[in-house]
Ligand binder design. Structure first.
Ligand code: GLA
Length: 425
């Protein structure tokens, strides 16, 4: 009895010694922030539809509609205010929102009250792309302001940093200019982390300096790989083509960003909207809708809320798809999914259905062997894909199939070769 009491006291003493010797170190270490963007962020952004006209009212309406349309339940969580919310700095350098956004804290509270998160926009330069106030030399102050307002996501857009800072301070010295850009993005990362608030950090510098190679180390959760998207097929397809070869840079917490969705905007046909959405899912791209939510047509809502396609995008393995091969104007992309499943997308980039007439699906080129059973994610039907089968697709349309248990050709690796890719603005 006495021995066990002595032992217990000794254990207690040791435990308290260990605890007290650990306390100072533990108190010094900043608490680890929860990881963000483990799957590509989903939500809505104001730019593609409203551009500089966006106001507080539009952001509230977008939040309301995400809930009312079921988009929130499908995974669209972030409501992101893009450029043109910024006002002037006061004598203390504190930035204020402009008259279109009378009370940012109240707006953030409103968005949060719907179970959604809110995003904002700035630039490492003195001015944003639309000529509003940027964060240059005010990074820490702005990050603290965002945290006070309750901001959950920042899109940081290079804009005037290129002409006004990089090119002026290091004329004709590309290497120094790129170092400055990397430092500017890392600086805001430190400022955001110092707030103690988990904030998704989105780089927007159009793919300069092979951003995919250094963005994760500079804190980027996603980075734009190209110049701006427009609601036209040729632009959507050009951006898609520029993603081939970038797949190895994406993974949980860090994603290539081929720009926000134009689904439902401009004159994109239904087939083009479907293909755009399918391919962004194949690319593990952030799914930020950019359409007029209060006036969304049912067929557009059906595309944006297709759960099977969203599941491809949000697959927990986080492996971006790649272009397996192309033949004429037909392209075949594959994406490896958790549990050994495979997504296959065939697109007809040609101007009419005859573009697909000579096309026969080559399963061997996908590393597959024999007939594959899968689900067509746009019709919901079970399909069988046989080797050398001829496929006919309408112009700019897609066949998207999920094969749960692919029969693999063991004689050949399923991993297609990657291609090198240059940044394109
Ligand atoms: C740049 C970005 C766009 C948008 C505008 C806003 O062009 O690439 O996505 O944010 O700026 O001015």
């Amino acid at each position: 009895m006495r021995n066990s009491v002595t032992l217990s006291l000794a254990v207690l003493a040791l435990a308290s010694l260990t605890a007290s010797s650990q306390t100072p170190a533990a108190a010094q270490a900043p608490p680890a922030l929860p990881q963000v963007a483990l799957t590509p962020p989903m939500g809505w952004n104001s730019w593609n539809f409203f551009a500089e006209k966006v106001s507080d009212k539009d952001i509230r309406a977008a939040a309301d509609q995400l809930v009312a349309t079921g988009m929130k339940d499908a995974g669209y969580i972030y409501v992101n205010i893009d450029d043109t919310w910024e006002g002037e700095r006061d004598a203390n350098g504190v930035l204020h929102s402009n008259a279109k956004f009378p009370d940012m804290k109240a707006l953030a509270d409103y968005v949060h009250s719907k179970g959604l998160k809110i995003g904002i926009y700035s630039s490492p330069g003195p001015k944003t792309c639309a000529g509003y106030e940027g964060s240059y030399n005010h990074e820490a102050q702005d990050a603290q302001l965002y945290a006070q307002w309750g901001i959950d996501y920042l899109k940081y857009d290079a804009c005037s940093f290129i002409q006004e800072v990089m090119e002026k301070q290091a004329p004709n010295d590309k290497a120094e200019q790129m170092r400055m850009m990397r430092a500017a993005y890392a600086k805001m990362d430190q400022a955001l982390k110092a707030t103690g608030r988990p904030i998704v950090y989105s780089f927007c510098q159009y793919g300069w300096d092979a951003v995919w190679e250094w963005a994760p180390a500079a804190g980027g959760n996603l980075w734009r790989t190209t110049g701006d998207i427009h609601p036209r097929w040729d632009r959507v397809y050009a951006i898609l083509s520029q993603q081939a070869g970038l797949e190895k840079y994406a993974g949980p917490g860090h994603w290539n960003d081929p720009d926000m969705l134009e689904v439902g905007n401009g004159k994109l046909t239904l087939a083009e909207n479907r293909t755009h959405f399918s391919m962004w899912a194949m690319l593990a791209a952030p799914l930020l809708a950019g359409n007029d939510l209060p006036n969304m047509k049912p067929e557009i809502k059906a595309i944006l809320t297709n759960r099977d396609v969203i599941a491809i995008d949000q697959d927990p393995l986080g492996r971006q798809g790649s272009r397996a091969y192309s033949e004429g104007e037909v392209e075949v992309w594959t994406r490896h999914l958790a549990g050994g499943a495979l997504a296959i997308a065939v697109i007809n980039a040609g101007d009419n259905r005859y573009s697909t007439h000579p096309f026969h699906l080559n399963l061997c080129k996908l590393g597959l062997h024999g007939t594959q059973t899968g689900k067509d994610l746009w019709t919901g039907k079970t399909v069988e894909l046989t080797d050398n089968e001829s496929l006919e697709l309408a112009s700019h349309d897609v066949l998207l199939v999920r094969v749960e248990k692919p029969i693999v050709n063991t004689a050949r690796s399923m991993q297609p070769a990657t291609q090198s890719q240059a940044a394109v603005k």
